[in-house]
Every structure is written in C-alpha cells, then in structure tokens.
Design a protein around this ligand. Sequence first.
Ligand code: S3P
Length: 436
Amino acid sequence: MKLLVVKDKFIPHGRISLIGDKSIAHRALIIGALSCNKTIIKNFPIHDDSLATLSTLDALGVKIKRNKNQVLVWGIQGLRKPRKPVFVNNSGTTLRLILGVLAGTDFETKLIAGKYLSARPMSRVDKPLRLMGARISAKKRGAEEYPPLVVRGGKLKGIVYRLPVASAQVKSAILLAGLSALGKTRVIEKIRTRDHTERMLKTFGANITVNKNSITLNPDRKLKSPGIIYIPGDISSAAFLAVLAVIIPGSKIVIERVSLNPSRCGIFNVLKRMGAKIKVVPFKNKRGQNFEPMGDLIVSSGKLKHVVVKPAEIPSLIDELPVFMVAACFAEGKTVIKGAGELRFKETDRIKSMVTNLISMGADIRSVKSGGLENIIINGKGLLNGAKLRSFGDHRTAMSMVVAALAAKGSSRLDDISCISKSFPGFLTTLRSLLR
Ligand code: S3P
C-alpha cells in the first residue's frame, strides 16, 4: 500500500510519448498466438494487465520472447492444456478474450482471477459462448456468474448474437470463438464499441466484414501474421495527461504517436465540444500503422463550458469517464453524462468511487436514474479543494484523483496508488517529466 501526497500545483509543459495501447496489446498477443507464423510486437506496454495476457498464453504453451518493449510471439504450434489453473490477475480483457479462444480448444482449463476481477460479472460472456457450444462452469451468486471459471472447449457452431450490453470484450470473445466454429459468426451491436479485434483480425488476414453495427466472421481463412505490429500510444493513458493540461492554466503538452482509433476518441471529441484546445496531428507516414491510426496531440489549457455526453458516445470514452468527471468540475455550468451505468462493473464501481472522492473535494456531482439510464450530473464550479482521497483499488480512479489533486486548491492525500501498475506504471514519472 502506497500513500501519495500531492502538495503543490504545477503547470505541465513538454513533450512525451506513451507505452502502447493496452487494448491493442492484448489483441496483438492473442491473435499473434493464433496465427501460423511469427509476429514482432513493437512498443508493447509492460504493466500488470499485459503481463497477465503474456503469462496466460505462456501457460497455454505459446512461445513468447520479450526484450524490453518488444515481444516476439510464435503462433505455429497451437495451444496446449495448461499444467495447472491459469491465473489472469485482475485483467478483465485477458479473461474474457481468452475464454473465447479456449471455448474452441479440445481440453479443459481453469481460469482464476485476482480479488477485483473475481467480483466482476461473467455471464455476459459465458452466455453467448455456451450458445456456440462451449461448456463453461463458474462461481454463482444469484443469477450472476463470477470467476473462477472452468472452460471445457469443444466443437463450436457460429451464431448470430445481438449484444445486450455494449461491450468490446464480449464482442471480441465471440469473434475469437468464431475462429474455430463451424459456419459464420455474426455479432450485432446496439452501439459500436472499440473495434481493435476486428482491425487486428483483418490485419492477420481473417475473413471479417463490418457493415454498420454488424460484424461477420467467416472462419474459412488461416490467420497469417503481417510480421511486425507497432502499437500506438495508449489513448486512455493520454487522457489523464490531456485533462491535466486542459484544466491547469498555462499548460501546454504534446503527446506523441497516440492511437487515434475513432472508436476510442470520445474523450477528445467531448473535451473539444467543451472548448478545450486540443489539436490532433495525424501521422502522415502510414507505413506500419495500416491497421490502427495514430498521431500527435497538442493540448493546452483553456476555458471549458458544460456539455451533454450522449449514451451513443459512452463506449468511445468508457474508460476515460472518471477523468472526464474531473474535467467537468472545472467547466462552467451543468454537464450531464447520459447512460454511464456500465461504470458500476469496472475494476471498482467507478460511479461510487468518483462521486465519493469528488464530493470530498467540494464538487457538486451526483448520479440520477432516469428512463432506464444512469446519468451523472456535475455542476461545474471551476474549482476543487484538496482532500483525503481513496483509490478503491482502481487504477483509473487513482490516476483521475491525482489529476484532480494536482489541479486543486490545497494539498490532498491518496490512500493507495499501487493499483496504477495495472495500466500505467510510469504515470508519476511521466508527470514529473512535465514539471517545468
Ligand atoms: C476493453 C473494453 C472495455 C474497457 C476495458 C477494455 C477491451 O470493457 O472498459 O478497459 O480491451 O476490450 P467492456 O468491454 O466491458 O466495455
């Protein structure tokens, strides 16, 4: 347990580049492991979640070699029954995506999770995989299922599935299972979620087509690696630094080579609507980034006005909503985030964690249920006060509160920041590098 005390305000200035995007890294590893040749993954991020996917694949017999931020994955020999239960730590993406892969194997695997992931719902992914023919047993509490899970792979058949929740993890698990199913698999989304799996599968030569909200996978082609995959900087990590630069007067930062995937850019679209000064400079040289767009972000401070975030936008900034709530406290007027209920099912209940912390800093923030949606209402005061803060064991709550504390009047204490290693171990070092 680590305690962080933030005393002084600072004005961020400078140029930074970030480790690779977490979501893309999981997919590069998993799909690389399923292909018939070698993949070199560059700018691979090293944190708890990416290491969880790495060690899971290692336990399943995949040959992987890592040298700093470069990973070599051999997808030649197929997966093998693990010798013991596989621990996926607290990485929800690892667990849900690998479940889709294991659904089509001919052996049994037990997947166990860390404390936080063990409390997160799994029936959303178990259900469609069972419809495809997978045999999955899980810990039950009421109508919901939780890790540990035992998956007995088998012969799968393709399905047509309408996602009841907007979840890229569930969509990806179904598509990955579809690779070893008989016949086509189609996933239909109400609201489009991040499309990294679709892009990565296409890059590896899969027969996958996207038509508006409908994704169809035909498993008639072998996956073949393009050889090298460069992972652009993590847009979710960039969001903490961008919000900091937007809300602290006098700031100006450049974040280089960030992922600009449109299905992830919600935070920047919404901040720009609030009047934030964010300039996007797309990479001109398209070589090596054929599957995921990237570019530089130039962010400087400016006045913010209130905004309404619509339900259809939520998946494009779901992980950035905690830090967005901090930005909204510094905006003028009433900001409404509509349909944010999925935040309750993340590493912690992020509505509770953020509302509790921001209220203790003097914010006017509340959640309201209306018309089947959960909305968050923030009346911006242009100011927060230092306070005693809690991370709730959640990396994104912790980093959002560091941002809030740096912009607040007076000093703050944050109880535990060890969770930051889940996605951005270099967060504090990066912040320090922006000190003038
Ligand atoms: C992710 C999808 C999102 C997101 C998570 C990463 C992914 O989860 O919150 O951090 O990589 O597919 P859901 O699919 O549960 O919305």
